[in-house]
Design a protein around this ligand. Structure first.
Ligand SMILES: [Cu+2]
Length: 485
């Protein structure tokens, strides 16, 4: 093309200019492509400030932009925040949240990292980014006292999802107080597009009081050394991803979760109840596994999981070391809205008696019209049956005497919530319950899963509860249960 231009000497200047531009573009494209094999050689174009986001949101994808000089500004803030209902904790944070803000960059970017430490901080801090190739992941270079700012540069050589964390001594304590987050280095051309992306990070916390003990809780070093956390949570606190803080998607959408584990101690068995991961970028790297139920996320590690949501409902995010989910807080909700698809999931289509000991009834033997069982069941039968259902379905959470567990599971014994409104209580048992409620003056903001009982059994178990433990002796009938929609 250049040769061609040279023949038309009258247009020489213009053509030369255009040709030079195109040649420039062409070689820059070549460099981008060639850089795949040689990321250190990747040239950067221009300069921009990174947009950082608080969890559970993530910044916009890099798309097909060229590598650039990316300026990251982050601030260390020590502040008191809520860990659970009525429980607070002095967290040490990157940008004021746990986990810290999400950084999204591209392979080949040259990152100019500014770490500021708020003047009100009591301690110096630093940052070790696992995306850094260099001593300490930047820890020494970023070490910064309160009221000061440290700057260092690094080139993002490897694509992947990386943890960053504070590495100031005692390191374990800085991490245990919430000093971690994620940095995503996208490959050239970016990750394939999806409909929804979210940022979730697990962490374990060690408080002087036990789980649920109210008030400001101090860090407990001995429990941390013993690896016996009182709280295991997503995004820094119990309920950070439930109730009106649940994350959302619509039927038919593809969802990508960037999941990290700050630790400091526990490994996460990350699972979404009611979904299968179509893809997992194992350990946040480039290897993709498919059709995975539960993926292991090491402390100081990550995974990217992707799935398409096909039916509506509440998907429950858990650490499948399951006591952590239902007793220590590692539980979140992804609410999927849209049209049902009965072929993919029908819901319960039938429920009938199963009694292997009994004689099979002979057809036509029940003359005079089949009498519904509940019409003949005496109150003592109902209480008997209700007691059995309670033991099987409710006791694990609400406890044998209906006492519940403070701050985790509300009491059913002498419960004002229960006695005030029978229809509301039926609704809780029939459809499950999320969001904040107050029982006997104490706030709960957790999740009770739907119980999948027949209307008759809901009536039985509720009659049992209402006629025990100081409740108001309401008799609940299957018809009352049927009416609650
Ligand atoms: Cu720190």
């Amino acid at each position: 093309m250049k040769n061609n231009n040279r023949k038309h000497t009258g247009w020489y200047v213009t053509f030369f200019f255009i040709a030079a531009l195109m040649a420039g573009l062409f070689t820059s494209c070549e460099k981008v492509a060639a850089a795949k094999e040689n990321p250190e050689q990747m040239k950067v174009f221009g300069e921009m400030e990174a947009t950082l986001t608080h969890p559970p949101m993530v910044p916009r994808p890099v798309g097909n932009r060229a590598p650039t000089k990316l300026i990251v500004n982050m601030e260390v803030i020590e502040k008191e925040m809520e860990m659970a209902n009525g429980v607070s904790y002095v967290y040490w944070t990157f940008d004021g949240t746990v986990p810290g803000t999400f950084i999204r960059a591209r392979e080949g970017d040259e990152i100019e990292f500014h770490l500021k430490n708020h003047p009100d901080s009591k301690l110096p801090h630093n940052i070790d980014l696992h995306a850094v190739t260099g001593p300490g992941g930047g820890a020494e270079s970023s070490f910064v006292a309160p009221g000061r700012e440290a700057v260092f540069n690094f080139k993002a050589l490897n694509p992947g999802l990386y943890v960053y964390h504070c590495a100031t001594a005692p390191v374990g304590m800085h991490v245990a107080n919430g000093m971690y987050g994620l940095i995503l280095i996208e490959p050239a051309g970016g990750l394939p597009p999806v409909d929804k992306e979210y940022y979730i990070m697990q962490g374990d916390f060690y408080t002087e009081g036990n789980h649920g003990d109210r008030g400001l809780q101090a860090f407990d070093m001995q429990k941390a050394i013993d690896e016996k956390p009182d709280y295991v949570v997503f995004n820094g606190s119990v309920g950070a991803l439930t109730g009106d803080k649940a994350i959302h998607a619509e039927v038919g959408e593809t969802v990508r979760l960037f999941v990290g584990n700050g630790g400091p101690n526990l490994v996460s068995s990350f699972h979404v109840i009611g979904e299968i991961f179509d893809k997992v970028y194992v350990e946040g790297g480039s290897q993709v596994n498919e059709n995975v139920q539960t993926t292991l996320i090491p402390a100081g590690g990550s995974a990217i999981v992707e799935f398409k949501v096909d039916v509506p409902g509440e998907l429950v995010l858990v650490d499948h070391s399951i006591f952590r989910a239902f007793n220590k807080g590692a539980l979140g909700i992804l609410k999927v809205e849209g049209k049902e698809n009965k072929r993919i999931f029908s819901g319960k289509v039938e429920e009938k008696p199963y009694n292997p000991g009994a004689k099979a009834p002979i057809d036509g033997e029940t003359t005079g019209g089949a009498i519904p069982v509940e019409a003949t069941a005496s109150t003592s039968d109902k209480m008997e049956r209700g007691k059995a259902i309670y033991a099987q379905s409710c006791l694990a959470c609400h406890q044998a005497t209906g006492s519940g567990i403070p701050s985790v599971f509300p009491p059913l014994a002498d419960s004002d919530y229960l006695n005030e409104d029978v229809h509301r209580a039926i609704g809780a048992v029939k459809f499950g319950l999320t969001g904040e409620i107050t029982v006997n003056g104490t706030k709960y903001n957790s999740v009770m899963p739907p119980q999948n009982l027949t209307d008759e059994d809901v009536a039985n178990v509720m009659t049992y509860i209402y006629n025990n433990w100081g409740n108001n002796k309401t008799e609940v009938t299957p018809d009352m249960v049927k009416e609650v929609k």
